[in-house]
Design a protein around this ligand. Structure first.
Ligand code: BYC
Length: 333
C-alpha cells in the first residue's frame, strides 16, 4: 500500500507534464503582458484573468444600462427642446455603451443572458453612484460634470487595458463620455451665469449631494481593494483607485471655481508639498451600504431593470422568430 502511494503511474506523469505545460503557458502569457501586447479573445489566458475581466466588464456594462434610469427620469421634464435632445442622445449613448461592453464580455465565453440574469437576481454589482436619486434638473448637469467626469478619469486608462476587445470598446465610449461631461458642465455654467438665485441654489444643492458619491465611484481605498494588485499586474487596471480619485479631485476643483460653486468638504485644500489637493475622509460605511444593496434607490433601480427585461420579452421573441424564419428561407433557397 505504501509503495503504491509512492508510485508514479502514467496518470501522475500526465498531471506532472500538464503542470509543466501550464507553467510554460502561464509564463508566456505573463511575458506578453510585460511586453504590453494585447490579449485577444482566442488567445490562451489564465482562468483568473478571464474571470476578472468578465466581472469587471459585466459590472461596467450593468452600470451603463442602470445609469440610464436616473437621467431617463428627466427626459420628459427637460426645460428646453435643446436640453431634451441632448439628454435623449446621452441616455441613448449609455445604452450603446452597455451593448459594446456586453459584447466585449461575451468574447470571454459568458452569455449576455447569464450576465443579465446575475444583474436581475441581485448577484452582480453595478456602480454605487446610480443608487442615488435625481431630485432636480440641476442633478442632470451635475451627473454630466461629476459622474461622467469621474467615469472618464477612470475609463481613459482602460483604453490601454491588456484585453483587446475591452480596450477597443473603451476608445469609443470615452469619446462619447467626453461629450457627456461637457454638456453637463455647460448646462451648469448656463444656470450659474444666467440663472435666478433659486437656480443657482439648486445647482449648489445638487453639487453637495453628488460630490461624495462621485468620489466613491473610484472604489475602495487601495489598501482595502482586494482586486487591484492582480488587476494592475495584468494591465487590466493601469492606475489605482486612489490615484484616479486624486486625479479627479485635482482636475475638478478648478472647474468648481470657474462655475462658482463650493465643494462640500471643509478639508479640501491645495497642498504645495504634494502638488495635489488634500481632501477629507470618505464615508466608507455609506459606500459599502450602497454597494450591499441598501442605498436610497437600489430596489427601485433593480425593479425598473427587471420590468424593462420582462416587458421587452416579446421584442426578443419576435426578433428570434424573424431571424429563424430568414435562416430557414435562406437554407431553402
Ligand atoms: N460601485 O477591489 P476593488 C458610468 C466593488 S459607468 C459598486 O477595488 P476593482 C456612467 C468591486 O466591484 C461607471 N461596486 O474592485 C454610466 C469589488 O467587488 P467584487 C462604471 C464597487 O474591480 C451611465 C469590490 O467593490 N465604471 O460612469 O479592482 C451614465 C472591491 O473593489 C465600486 C466602471 O465600471 C463602485 N463604485 O475596481 C453616466 C469602470 N467600486 O466584484 C456614467 C470599470 C468597487 O470583488 N471598472 N466596487 O465583488 C473599474 O474600473 C473597476 O471595476 C473599479 C473597481 C475601479 C470600479
Amino acid at each position: 500500500m505504501y509503495t503504491q502511494a509512492m508510485s508514479v503511474g502514467p496518470q501522475d506523469e500526465a498531471r506532472r507534464l500538464q503542470t509543466a505545460e501550464e507553467q510554460a503557458r502561464n509564463a508566456a502569457f505573463e511575458q506578453r503582458i510585460d511586453d504590453g501586447d494585447f490579449i485577444e479573445a482566442k488567445d490562451w489566458m489564465p482562468d483568473h484573468y478571464r474571470k476578472t475581466l468578465v466581472r469587471q466588464i459585466s459590472q461596467h456594462a450593468h452600470s451603463e444600462i442602470v445609469g440610464m434610469l436616473p437621467e431617463g427620469n428627466w427626459i420628459t421634464r427637460a426645460p428646453t427642446l435643446k436640453r431634451k435632445a441632448i439628454l435623449l442622445a446621452k441616455v441613448q449613448d449609455e445604452g450603446g455603451h452597455g451593448l459594446y461592453l456586453y459584447s466585449a464580455a461575451e468574447t470571454l465565453g459568458t452569455s449576455r443572458d447569464q450576465m443579465l440574469d446575475a444583474l436581475h437576481t441581485g448577484k452582480a454589482k453595478y456602480s454605487s453612484i446610480f443608487n442615488y436619486p435625481t431630485l432636480t434638473w440641476a442633478d442632470i448637469g451635475v451627473i454630466g460634470w461629476l459622474v461622467d467626469g469621474a467615469a472618464i478619469m477612470n475609463q481613459v486608462p482602460l483604453c490601454r487595458c491588456s484585453y483587446g476587445p475591452y480596450a477597443r470598446a473603451m476608445i469609443r465610449i470615452c469619446r462619447e463620455e467626453s461629450f457627456h461631461q461637457r454638456q453637463g458642465y455647460e448646462s451648469l455654467l448656463t444656470m450659474m451665469r444666467d440663472g435666478t438665485d433659486a437656480q443657482k441654489a439648486m445647482v449648489q444643492d445638487a453639487v453637495n449631494r453628488w460630490w461624495w458619491p462621485s468620489l466613491m465611484m473610484f472604489g475602495p481605498a487601495d489598501k482595502d481593494s482586494p482586486n487591484s494588485e492582480q488587476s494592475m499586474r495584468w494591465g487590466i487596471k493601469r492606475l489605482s483607485n486612489d490615484e484616479l480619485r486624486q486625479k479627479f479631485v485635482d482636475a475638478t476643483v478648478p472647474q468648481a471655481e470657474i462655475l462658482g460653486v463650493t465643494l462640500p468638504d471643509p478639508q479640501l485644500a491645495w497642498n504645495a508639498e504634494r502638488d495635489h489637493y488634500d481632501f477629507g475622509p470618505i464615508d466608507w460605511s455609506e459606500f459599502w451600504r450602497v454597494v450591499g444593496g441598501d442605498g436610497p434607490c437600489n430596489r427601485e433601480r433593480l425593479s425598473a431593470r427587471v420590468k424593462a427585461w420582462e416587458d421587452g420579452a416579446w421584442v426578443r421573441d419576435a426578433a428570434l422568430a424573424h431571424a429563424q424564419k430568414r435562416a430557414t428561407q435562406a437554407a431553402a433557397a
